[in-house]
Design a protein. Structure first.
Length: 304
């Protein structure tokens, strides 16, 4: 019997020391599907190509494991065949996403987008902007990324309030948000997209925030009701910084673009130099466990 076949989106040499006892092919199935598709046992989809990575799954008749390089798996979860393990990329993007979250917070509060526009116009305009220091920051989604955001925020002399799906020591349950939002200066969204979190930030959520509050979304676009946030921004009460949108790329004529008090980055939270060393390390460790018959980590669903 031949060694199990692994499809990788990068050269196995990038793993440093590819585990022995496995065969490797570099494949992006959104561009080309080799005849070996029926032999694949371990599949690492390419990064950031959306739902298209799931199209090849029905042809992978020997598949046992899908290991993503994203923390979110909403583009794959419903397409995973019975008996196949789905593992996410928890840990790969903690550093990059946390850095961007803090960047969006600071840039929004200190008026950096306005400075850039003034620079383009060769205009020197001074003014007053709020500091991050002394703010109460509510992190909604206190997992690995949320904890990474907190570690960076604490250096700015803030009070951090942690919120997760369920309450635990030092962490509030998401059901407590109505009582927490009115006292929040900054809310950072880091939740996965699930049926529970889809549309979590609606008109009621936004209405509970105090005047001048800043909402930062590094989760998924569909966690926020975009129409509701556009309406809220046009009142002038709130500020919004987001790395994600319900529809990506955000269409040129989308009303969100022209809303006031807005900062948009084009879904680059995980796309930094910090990503690949962590991705290669996780994939290598998972393949080592797989080759040794050990339990895998980051298991989201399924079994084999």
């Amino acid at each position: 019997m031949s060694d199990p076949l692994v499809w990788l989106p990068f050269d196995p040499a990038e793993l440093g020391d590819p585990p022995a006892g496995l065969r490797y092919e570099v494949v992006d199935p959104t561009e080309r599907v080799p005849d070996s598709v029926g032999e694949v046992r371990f599949y690492v989809p390419p990064y950031q190509v959306g739902a298209r990575v799931a199209e090849v799954l029905p042809r992978m008749t020997s598949l046992e494991v899908v290991q993503t390089m994203t923390a979110g798996v909403d583009n794959l979860r419903g397409a995973i065949p019975d008996g196949v393990l789905l593992c996410n990329g928890r840990g790969i993007h903690d550093t990059s996403t946390a850095e961007l979250a803090v960047t969006l917070v600071l840039a929004s509060l200190r008026g950096v987008p306005g400075f850039v526009r003034d620079q383009d116009r060769h205009s020197w305009r001074t003014g007053w902007h709020p500091a991050l220091a002394d703010k109460r920051v509510v992190i909604v989604g206190y997992g690995a990324v949320g904890a990474a955001v907190e570690r960076r925020l604490l250096a700015f002399e803030v009070e951090v309030v942690r919120v997760a799906r369920s309450a635990r020591d030092g962490v509030h349950a998401i059901t407590e948000l109505p009582a927490l939002l009115p006292e929040a200066d900054v809310v950072v969204l880091v939740v996965p997209l699930t049926e529970e979190t889809r549309g979590l930030v609606d008109a009621r959520f936004l209405g509970a925030l105090k005047d001048g509050a800043l909402l930062v979304n590094v989760a998924r676009g569909a966690v926020v009701d975009t129409a509701a946030v556009v309406d809220a921004l046009h009142t002038g009460r709130l500020h919004y910084a987001t790395d994600v949108a319900e529809e990506e790329p955000l269409p040129e004529d989308h009303p969100l673009w022209d809303a006031p008090n807005l900062l948009v980055s084009p879904h680059v939270g995980g796309a930094s130099s910090a990503m690949w060393p962590r991705a290669h390390r996780l994939v290598r460790d998972q393949l080592r466990r797989y080759a040794a018959g050990e339990d895998l980590v980051n298991v989201m669903s399924g079994s084999y």
